[in-house]
Write a protein that binds this ligand. Structure first.
Ligand code: GLN
Length: 392
């Protein structure tokens, strides 16, 4: 009997679901799936409770609660210097993942090419497959993960509908430089294609501030900026996301969104308005807290004899495990979960062809310091003898 459609069957169970399940089974410290193990801020939670108590229990407007669209547009203007029309250029979605799917379903024709940057977030190729698009890839490579501009130039052609970028980047932590963004913009403008920019980690950067490619000259008219509340407010389960795009592209996104989820949960949209009005000090504090967690994570990994690659943004650290002698990232992560009691994510699933991409594993540091320290203690004890011998 037929089951899953052919275009989705290659994706199987997501690596995050699989690793979280294994972590729970083995009581491992879960540094796999990227969700904070601490709660979002009280002022946002209280706003949600008040919205429920006030009776906001029916469908919101399909494209978003008008106040939330206005709050998103106001932040966009303040953060990126780009003025957008809240009613015609902002769409509220059920998390950024829905925005990614709606963008692909509403703007990509079967056969259109979409260029992804490896390593990529796992929902991108699945959304492209659902839309019937054709995947092309370019790759950011360790240890510095610079953007492969020449590769992109070669990958983009007359059939390219869009280039999907993500900065700050999951899983490498790259924050793209102005020069890299400029080169991508130049390629997109010459090819006449769109850019989708996933900016969900926009407020988590450590040295160089995040900049949106939509703020570059000529780019707002061809860019779809996607973001969400989840990472910035440590509320990944609320699933409030949004897409900002010029009206003719917003029309495509909404054409899909209205039949995917129709509208996003109403009381949490009311609370999102309050969240987006947070003062600059909230974001400064968020960054300072994440800088401390990054430091603790780097020290924990170094203390266990590993060589972590320092991220510039987002909340993940990559490590090359190859000198420990495991067959690959999956084997290393299995060992970590079962024998060491720490869960990390293998990075090969973030590639179109996992073969030849199994040298990196990802540790999430969106965890309280005690959890990061506990992981460090377990790694140090569990990897003793394995990690200490370079070249072994
Ligand atoms: N964004 C999260 C991560 O990269 C995972 C979200 C999910 O499980 N789909 O870890």
């Amino acid at each position: 009997m037929r089951g899953t459609v052919a275009r989705l069957s290659p994706f199987g169970e997501s690596v995050f679901t699989r690793i979280s399940r294994l972590a729970a089974e083995h009581r491992a410290v879960n540094l796999g799936q990227g969700f904070p193990n601490f709660d979002g801020p009280d002022f946002v939670k209280e706003a949600a409770c008040s919205a429920i108590a006030a009776g906001h229990g029916q469908y919101a407007r399909m494209s978003g609660l008008p106040e939330l669209n206005r709050a998103i547009a106001a932040r966009f203007a303040a953060d990126h210097g780009v003025t957008v029309d809240p009613d015609r250029e902002v769409t509220v979605t059920s998390g950024c993942t829905e925005a990614i799917a709606a963008t692909m379903l509403g703007l990509v024709e079967p056969g259109d090419e979409v260029v992804l940057v490896e390593p990529f977030y796992d929902s991108y190729p699945a959304a492209i497959a659902m839309a019937g698009g054709t995947l092309r890839t370019v790759r950011m490579r360790a240890p510095d993960f610079h953007f492969p501009v020449d590769e992109l130039r070669r990958a983009v052609g007359p059939r390219t509908r869009l280039i999907l970028i993500n900065s700050p980047h999951n899983p490498t932590g790259r924050v793209l430089t102005d020069a890299e963004l400029g080169a991508i913009a130049d390629i997109a403008m010459k090819a006449g294609c769109l850019v989708v920019s996933d900016e969900v980690y926009e407020h988590i950067w450590f040295e160089r501030p995040h900049r949106s490619i939509a703020s570059l000259p000529g780019m707002a008219e061809r860019t779809i900026v996607l973001s969400s509340l989840g990472k910035t407010f440590s509320l990944t389960g609320w699933k409030i996301g949004w897409a900002v795009a010029p009206p003719h592209l917003t029309a495509g996104i909404r054409a899909a969104h209205q039949f995917l989820t129709f509208a996003t949960t109403t009381p949490l949209q009311h609370a999102a308005v309050v969240a987006l009005q947070a003062p600059a000090t909230y974001h400064e504090r968020l960054r300072a807290d994440y800088a401390a967690r990054r430091q603790a994570m780097l020290e924990a990994l170094r203390g266990a004899g590993l060589d972590p690659l320092t991220p510039q943004g987002a909340y993940f650290v990559l490590c090359d495990h190859t000198r420990l002698g495991f067959a690959g990232d999956e084997a290393f992560c299995e060992h970590l979960i079962r024998q060491v009691g720490v869960a990390a994510i293998p990075c090969s699933p973030f590639h179109a062809d996992p073969a030849g991409a199994s040298h990196l594993v990802r540790f999430a540091f969106c965890k309280d310091l005690a959890t990061i320290h506990e992981a460090g203690t377990r790694l140090k004890a569990g990897l003793r003898g394995l990690a200490a011998v370079p070249g072994s």
